[in-house]
Design a binder for this molecule. Structure first.
Ligand code: ADP
Ligand code: MG
Length: 360
């Protein structure tokens, strides 16, 4: 089923002098979704959000909302509202005045302002703080005021730029639960920017991965995890073993890659020839460990190795296994099955289709 697109970014580029902050961004945002833009610092996330909000003009390209070209509209004529990392609250004003501010400058009648402010403060659970100065609030409470101040405008698209960045981990986790509930109750579209993959996986329906001014991949978070399109995405979401080598042989369903004197069997994908350079991403949880070689089936990777390190992570253990070519592969097993020790000689194995072949 085709999904309902509320916002579309088309071929957007942004230069700051000689710095290219965005390179040909194409993005469709669906009505009612919570899309997370995830990427390292400097990858262009804020610039993209600011272009959507109208705070920045693209050097090239267009932004559409519900089919209308809004590229040249000023921020106040767009149906968006932004929550900044700095929050940008008015420090000498009360919670009520901060939240009501945007409605006042839009000349909304006083009784409607009161009703809407009450409604939103109730939703973000700070109604009892209504008459308090924002300087007298905790970090988490200020955060709620900033979000209420944007939500009270009923924006079609809410933009949040690392809004929880300044808070400690415990508070961030509480607010993740709150934000998900708010998003579900309000039902509008949110674009949430973060550099934290755990935050992205917790909050998102879909995730867009940004790197170096490019949007590398957009999709359902499970698809990104299971089918990363690029090496960057494979390494940025979750943990993985990234193996690079040259294609030696090509069969119907799989290819054989030469990786520093070891042959790796990986799924065949289109566009690879003998001699092509490819990468294989294999997640540590998809690798099994045994003390004996299993009977080799067709398409199973099986290698002898030595455990050189183990890291206990509570419910599971990660083993670092050195293979005969000197490379180290990580394999995780549930703690209850973690029966090996450092210096043990073991075998690791995985079926070829547990790996993902990447050609970027
Ligand atoms: P992120 O939000 O992912 O950390 P930004 O969008 O802030 O990334 O920045 C992307 C790139 O654009 C960086 O190299 C940054 O230094 C540059 N940049 C952002 N804003 C400006 C500006 N106003 N002037 C010059 N360079 C900028
Ligand atoms: Mg930023």
């Amino acid at each position: 089923m085709a999904r309902d697109v509320v916002l579309k970014v088309e071929n957007v580029w942004k230069y700051f002098g000689s710095v290219i902050a965005l390179k040909d961004i194409n993005l469709e945002v669906y009505r009612g979704e919570l899309l997370v833009l995830l990427g390292p610092s400097g990858s262009g996330k804020s610039t993209l959000l600011r272009i959507i909000a109208g705070l920045e003009k693209p050097t090239k390209g267009h932004v559409y909302m519900d089919g209308e070209d809004i590229t040249d509209l000023p921020p106040y004529r767009r149906d968006t509202s932004m929550v900044f990392q700095s929050l940008a609250l008015f420090p000498n004003m009360t919670v009520y005045d901060n939240v009501a501010y945007g409605l006042k400058i839009r000349k909304i009648p006083k009784d409607e302002i009161d009703r809407r402010v009450d409604e939103i403060l109730e939703l973000v659970k700070i109604k009892e703080l209504k008459d308090r100065k924002v300087t007298k609030l905790s970090g988490g409470q200020r955060q709620r005021v900033a979000i209420a101040r944007s939500l009270v405008l009923h924006p079609k698209v809410l933009l949040l730029d690392e809004p929880l960045g300044a808070l400690d981990l415990k508070l961030r986790k509480e607010l993740h639960v709150e934000l998900k509930r708010l998003h579900e109750e309000i039902g509008n579209t949110w674009i949430f920017v973060t550099h934290d993959q755990e935050e992205a996986l917790t909050l998102a329906d879909r995730i867009g991965i940004m790197n170096n001014g490019m949007l590398e991949q957009v999709g359902d978070k499970w698809d990104l995890y299971e089918k990363p399109a690029t090496r960057f995405v494979a390494e940025f979401i979750g943990e993985t073993n990234l193996i690079t080598g040259k294609v030696k042989e090509i069969y119907e369903k799989y290819i054989v890659i030469s990786w520093k004197n070891i042959n790796i069997i990986a799924p065949r994908v289109s566009g690879v020839d003998r001699g092509s350079e490819v990468a294989v991403s294999i997640r540590p949880e998809n690798i099994s460990i045994g003390s004996k070689p299993i009977t080799q089936r067709e398409g199973t990777n099986i290698y002898k190795g030595e455990i050189v390190d183990e890291i206990f992570k509570g419910s599971y253990v990660t083993y670092y296994v050195r293979l005969k070519n000197g490379e180290v592969i990580r394999a995780t097993v549930l703690s209850k099955d973690a029966e090996y020790d450092v210096e043990d000689q073991i075998y690791i194995y995985w079926d070829y289709d547990k790996g993902v072949t990447i050609t970027d």
